[in-house]
Design a protein around this ligand. Sequence first.
Ligand code: MN
Length: 234
Amino acid sequence: MNQKPIIGITPDYSYETKKYMLHEDYVTAIEKAGGCPILLTPHQPLPDFFDGILLSGGGDIDPLLFGEEPLLQSGEISPLRDAYEIRLCHEALAKNLPILGICRGMQVMNIAAGGSIYQDIGVQAGTSLKHSQQAPRSYGTHSIIMEENTLLFKLWNKKCTVVNSLHHQAVRQLGEGFVASAHSADGLTEAIEHQNNPFALGVQWHPEAMQTEEQSLLFAAFLQAAAAYKQNRR
Ligand code: MN
């Protein structure tokens, strides 16, 4: 019998090809950390056997969902994916189910909690720091500074590290209950965490693609929270 914590992962969805898509790095990262990854699909309420939810990266989020008209720089959106991931966040946060949001996933968590994002950081945040790196996905290109007394700071026990960066949007107004746990040098939010949930963490970078020992600690902490949730569920 499978005793591993069961982690639901949300795939991307393309209206054009009618396909769900998920990079293998997400699956590998969960398996390496001791979890059993299962694909989450949009058309049902969350089954109760999950011990954690991973929101994967992907395209842009419909700006109407945070009360804005779309900018010219706004990219492709997937209404089906937006709707079910926001619903998943509500369900997960309501029952303290551990949740890890990566890149787009972090932005979805924030919007689900009533926050907003920059549709395009170049235009709206006026940053000149390069967040759309032209380097291998696994390679870190900009530094982040962790806030003390956050989950992230405790996890790594240091104030600064370097992460990869593959985004043109970012968290703007924080959602209810969330605090920023890391910033880039231009002041943009690079990680968020929920104050009441034992593990509701969003990161703007792609830890699954970096595949470093440091980033694997993040998945280990997620799985530890999932194992604790599984234990309490019995
Ligand atoms: Mn970045």
